[in-house]
Ligand binder design. Structure first.
Ligand code: AHR
Length: 530
């Protein structure tokens, strides 16, 4: 038996449901004011929103500094334990955080990369100069086959970034054919000669990177034409369905998005459009040290991190106008904190340490992406190993898991879960005259019905007590994990690799179905509610 509900009745039901929901918020907010409670997160557990794409938890590996060479790839002859040349320690650590997709080979490097240099017998591969990052020579021992092996070992999807800036349409079209076709052709013959009989699956493919800058300094109008030309020849072979990502804007450049969305209206030239936003406290000319900073810098970093919300809203509004049926995704394929390089390291290698500040940055961003699950379909932290806000740092045969790594491990429960409607009211965190919300939050329900709530308390000076009424379910069990440290700038080093690591969280109470949580100062908390 099934229930048939007429369209008009559906509308009425929706109005009634909205009224019930708003009166619930009203009652709770009124209680909150009566009782002088300031911090509250209402979680509506019986009304799921969009699915949080697991790909929001994606990563980025560029040929930059020691990300690929040394960080991921050591080669089969290395004394560092490896699988097909890929470091085992890095591989095992990455599997723990359930990487859903990995972007490669850049970044700015992508628009200088000619993929045919990186195939065939290793000893015959042409060495190249990495003109963008440090001018170093690379022997191309990590190429297409090695990257696809890496994604295979990680159990994640491949996100390949094509070369528009200095490449040709033929080169890009042949790369896709080499990767994904199962028909007989010069490209598939070459792939087989190089040891891969079967084609691979490639989920995401980007048509250039930052083509408004390092990828060719194009105007949006010019790029729009070029992108359409390239896209025309990116074919779907052997059941592979490419999700084509057009190069999108930086930060608040809404004109770029507007131009591309307008020009591509009624044409299915891309399925996603990218967005890059880095938080650079101090500005490009006076970047913060990653480890030696003041509370003012701490505050400013989070103020900049929160801007991600406004930036996404701006681009979303444009996409909603041109694509009201929500067929195209926003792909935030570069985000994170950008600080000064560690003293004594090559400035072109972008090697920075990672503190508790970065952990809270990660929590703020991931909560924002969850909240925008309707439009944000992919996001990639910059970058995975040894570069910018990395999850792993390596030194010879040692590795360190950064505070950012632990946040990705704690938040993995949101992958492919359903976003829950939440209403957060909280105190401000103020420094001088400036204020930002002290708490960042989001919640989801997974396929087994478990609710996960991820929270961050940005205030480094005080713990915060918050009530969390959960509407629609009666809670029986709560568990949680917390990440915090004594100092704002605590970090994991090769000498002390476990200074910042998650611990069991017991700062909650469940009374009469109402959950209250006391978050330590400067902490990230993830709760599981059943
Ligand atoms: O992630 C480092 C660089 O930042 C990337 O190569 C580029 O796309 C961006 O400007």
């Amino acid at each position: 038996m099934y229930l048939y509900i007429k369209r008009e009745d559906m509308k009425k039901l929706f109005v009634i449901f909205t009224l019930i929901l708003s009166s619930a918020f009203f009652v709770i907010n009124a209680q909150k004011e009566d009782q002088g409670i300031v911090n509250q997160l209402v979680i509506v557990a019986n009304h799921g929103g969009p699915v949080i794409s697991k790909d929001i938890y994606g990563h980025f590996s560029e040929h930059l500094g020691a990300c690929i060479y040394g960080g991921i790839w050591v080669g089969t002859n290395s004394s560092i334990p490896n699988t097909y040349g890929i470091r085992n320690d890095v591989l095992f650590a990455l599997r723990e955080i359930k990487i859903p997709n990995l972007r490669w080979p850049g970044g700015c490097f992508a628009d200088t990369y000619h993929w045919k240099d990186g195939i065939g017998p290793q000893e015959k591969r042409a060495s190249i100069i990495n003109t963008h990052w440090g001018g170093v020579t690379e022997d191309n021992s990590f190429g297409t086959h090695e990257f696809m092996k890496l994604t295979d070992l990680l159990g994640c999807d491949a996100y390949i970034n094509g070369n528009v800036g200095s490449g040709t349409v033929q080169e890009m079209a042949e790369w896709i054919e080499y990767l994904t076709s199962d028909s007989e052709s010069p490209m598939t013959k070459l792939r087989k000669e190089n040891g891969s009989e079967q084609p691979w699956k490639v989920k995401y493919f980007a048509i250039g990177n930052e083509n408004w800058g390092c990828g060719g300094n194009m105007t949006p109008e010019f790029y729009g034409d070029v992108m359409r030309r390239f896209s025309t020849y990116l074919k779907d072979f052997a059941g592979n369905r490419l999700y084509r990502v057009a190069c999108g804007a930086s930060d608040f450049d809404f004109n770029w998005t507007e131009t591309l969305m307008k020009e591509s209206k009624n044409r299915n030239m891309f399925q996603g459009i990218s967005l890059h936003y880095y938080s650079v406290p101090g500005g490009w000319g006076n970047k913060n040290s990653a480890t030696d900073f003041t509370e003012n810098d701490w505050f400013e970093t989070f103020r900049l991190n929160y801007q991600m919300d406004a930036i996404i809203k701006g681009h979303e509004a444009i996409m909603d106008r041109y694509d009201p049926r929500n067929t195209k995704g926003l792909v935030v394929d570069e985000w994170g904190n950008w600080f000064q390089v560690e003293p004594g390291t090559n400035p072109g290698f972008l090697y920075q340490q990672n503190t508790l500040r970065d952990a809270i940055t990660a929590a703020i961003h991931l909560n924002v992406f969850n909240q925008h699950a309707n439009r944000v379909k992919v996001a990639n932290l910059a970058q995975m190993v040894n570069v910018l806000q990395a999850v792993i740092l390596t030194k010879d045969d040692k590795i360190v898991l950064t505070p950012t790594y632990h946040v990705f491990r704690m938040f993995r429960v949101h992958q492919d879960a359903r976003l829950l409607t939440t209403d957060l009211s909280c105190e401000d965190y103020a420094v001088g005259e400036r204020k930002i919300p002290a708490i960042s939050a989001s919640a989801s329900v997974d396929k087994e019905g478990k609710i996960h709530v991820s929270l961050a308390n940005l205030n480094p000076n005080k713990e915060i007590m918050m009530t969390c009424p959960v509407i629609g379910v009666s809670l029986k069990n709560v568990t949680g994990e917390v990440l915090t440290a004594n100092e704002m700038n605590a970090f994991n080093s090769f000498e002390e690799p476990e200074k910042v690591k998650p611990a069991v969280f017991s700062g909650y109470k469940l009374k009469d179905g109402i959950l209250s949580v006391t978050m330590p100062a400067k902490s990230v908390v993830v709760l599981e509610l059943k």
